[in-house]
Write a protein that binds this ligand. Structure first.
Ligand SMILES: C[S@@+](CC[C@H](N)C(=O)[O-])C[C@H]1O[C@@H](n2cnc3c(N)ncnc32)[C@H](O)[C@@H]1O
Length: 233
């Protein structure tokens, strides 16, 4: 299902990037520490995206099992556990997962949170009611992205919420000429895809034949642009 060449190669570069190159920057971006104007817009956009994904899930998540796929420093996972969910939060980066554990509030109000480091597509973690993948699928080319979503959907009862980087000609040009990411950083970064192309890829994925596309919402805030999408059976 996953391309045996592109998927492991991209995953290894992402682990290197999020576990070493960008771990400190990522820790800062996801904290309350002051950041530059550009990063403030990114932080605000990410806050809106997290709120959007949360608004697509039931308010009461008691007794539900949720996978936070590519959890980073764990902000979304913590909100889900606060609503009573049993959350498995997984990330390739052991550094970020360790930081997420350190940020864990003492009171989970009936929910639970298990942080693990590893591949979010691993089949070792059982079945879920919901899966959320905020800005973690954006790094994979469309075939691997949709293949990954299909694998997750096979183990999910109610919905898979994910984000993609909606492509447009300006973004594509800026990425190509290196104005968005410094040359060294940009290679493993994002794989923009248009909504129409993504919809066609989803429609063509046999493992998603029983699944529908539900809500979708694009969030743009300065240098942050990402689009949420819901899949349900
Ligand atoms: C842009 S960050 C977003 C983190 C978090 N979801 C958030 O919104 O704060 C992308 C994260 O996805 C993780 N990631 C990418 N591919 C992954 C994979 N195959 N398995 C687990 N984590 C992955 C990266 O390590 C990184 O922490």
């Amino acid at each position: 299902m996953m391309n045996p060449t592109t998927y492991p190669e991209k995953r290894a570069r992402l682990e290197e990037y999020f576990d070493r190159t960008a771990a400190d920057q990522w820790a800062k971006l996801t904290s309350d520490a002051p950041v530059s104007g550009i990063r403030k817009t990114v932080r605000a956009g990410r806050d809106r995206m997290r709120a959007t994904l949360l608004s697509w899930l039931p308010g009461d998540l008691r007794g539900r099992r949720i996978l936070d796929a590519g959890c980073g420093t764990g902000a979304l996972a913590i909100e889900l556990a606060r609503r009573g969910a049993h959350v498995v939060a997984i990330d390739l980066s052991t550094t970020l997962v360790q930081l997420a554990r350190e940020r864990l509030p003492a009171d989970m109000q009936g929910g639970s949170l298990e942080f693990v480091s590893g591949d979010m597509l691993s089949t070792s973690y059982g079945r879920f009611d919901h899966v959320v993948a905020m800005d973690s699928m954006i790094h994979y080319e469309k075939h691997d992205m949709v293949g990954g979503l299909a694998g997750l959907a096979q183990r999910t009862a109610s919905s898979v919420l994910f984000t993609f980087a909606p492509s447009n000609p300006i973004l594509a040009t800026m990425i190509r000429v290196g104005r968005i990411f410094p040359r060294a950083d940009r290679a493993p970064f994002i794989e923009p895809v248009s909504e129409a192309t993504l919809r066609a890829e989803i429609a063509g994925q046999p493992l998603l034949s029983g699944w529908r596309i539900g809500r979708t919402e694009k969030i743009s805030s300065g240098f942050y642009t990402s689009q949420a999408m819901e899949l349900y059976p």
